[in-house]
Design a protein around this ligand. Structure first.
Ligand code: WQD
Length: 339
């Protein structure tokens, strides 16, 4: 079986490519390196001993997509490629709508031309907006508070309309909660360019001495310690969820959404204290005002993914913190050796 992975050099994409190769799939990757590095391909080969087929380029380019489908018999597609920075999406909404929507529409048009109608889409828990109760189930109301989240919800609706128009499509919408951690080898991980927006990459910069302290955005939420609560999930667990979704769409028709979370909520200070404990480092922090747009608490009811996909998360918060730190420490060591 041959799987096309768009954005396969990115954080979640690269971990999914590793799982696919190790499970015996052939993999074709398309990536424009807008939020990833070519060196990820070498790391994938070092981990798996295998090399995916690779095309550098923009998923919006239909002629490039057609070239890939002409040169490979693609059985299914996992679509990660897309811009994903919430703050940037607020500043540059048109860039997000054009890129995320056009890439998906063009991908589906070319898939249809080649009679490939099996798709796993990288959606997000951000489509739930601020949930009215917890844990969050897939049938909860959907609403978004930023253009990034709106592109995810719009794409989910586009794909639902596609299935209505052609019942031969089989599509899984995977709604990620908060992916953190890195592959146990320490060879692939999250490598955001510039000052990180998300909590774990920021903690990692503090741990490596690249930033002086963490800013904790609010300690006056209605939570056990006043800081925001999220459902952190190990990226390797998330990657495995994509393999289960591929198996599922290969044997079904229709479209459905699945929460990929652990079902457990941890506060900012839970994560800081766990990170400090398992990595024997200090993460100094200062309490700051709430970040606009943040919600107090968000965590999944993952039972539907368990029931339909036969998937559940396995790794705990300590493992997420250990693996995340191992990656940045290895990267720093590699850079020292080069200098
Ligand atoms: C987590 C908690 C912050 C940074 C985002 C996207 C979402 C998804 C996952 C793609 C919150 C607090 C954070 C910091 C802090 N991405 N925090 N100091 O906002 O839950 O979700 O990433 O799908 O779409 O919105 O993740 O890591 O930014 O924040 O105190 O420097 O950490 O307030 O409570 P978030 P996050």
């Amino acid at each position: 079986m041959k799987i096309l992975v768009t954005g396969g050099c990115g954080f979640i994409g690269s971990h999914t490519v590793v799982e696919l190769l190790e499970a015996g799939y052939e993999v074709v990757v398309i990536d424009d390196f807008s939020n990833s590095r070519r060196s990820v391909l070498d790391a994938i080969q070092e981990i798996t001993g295998k090399v995916p087929f690779f095309y550098e380029g923009d998923v919006k380019k239909k002629e490039l997509l057609r070239k890939i489908f002409r040169e490979h018999s693609i059985d299914a597609v996992i679509h990660f490629a897309g811009y994903k920075a919430v703050g940037e999406s607020v500043q540059q909404p048109l860039k997000y709508y054009e890129n995320n929507l056009e890439s998906t529409v063009h991908l589906c048009e070319v898939m249809s031309e080649f009679s490939c109608k099996k798709l796993v889409f990288s959606s997000s828990a951000t489509v739930y907006g601020s949930p009215k109760s917890l844990p969050i189930r897939e049938d909860f109301p959907l609403s978004t508070t930023n253009p990034y989240g709106t592109t995810k919800l719009m794409i989910e609706n586009i794909l639902r309309d596609l299935v209505v128009s052609d019942s031969h499509w089989s599509i899984a919408l995977l709604r990620y909660f908060n992916p953190i951690g890195c592959h146990a080898s320490g060879l692939i991980g999250e490598d955001p360019k510039g000052i990180p927006n998300n909590l774990m990459p920021y903690i990692l910069k503090v741990a490596m001495g690249e930033l002086p302290h963490l800013n904790v955005f609010g300690n006056d939420y209605d939570t056990k310690d006043g800081t925001g609560v999220r459902d952190y999930i190990h990226v390797a667990d998330l990657a495995r969820g994509h393999l289960k979704a591929i198996e599922y769409v290969m044997n079904t028709e229709g479209i459905d959404a699945y929460n990929l979370g652990t079902g457990k909520g941890y506060s900012v200070l839970d994560l800081v204290k766990t990170f400090e404990k398992v990595n024997h480092v200090s993460i100094p922090y200062e309490i700051r005002a709430r970040r606009p747009g943040d919600i107090a608490i968000c965590y999944a009811d993952p039972s539907y993914a368990k029931e339909k996909l036969g998937w559940c998360a396995e790794k705990d918060l300590e493992t997420m913190c250990l693996d995340a730190y191992r990656y940045v420490a290895k990267q720093a060591h590699k850079e020292e050796k080069v200098e």
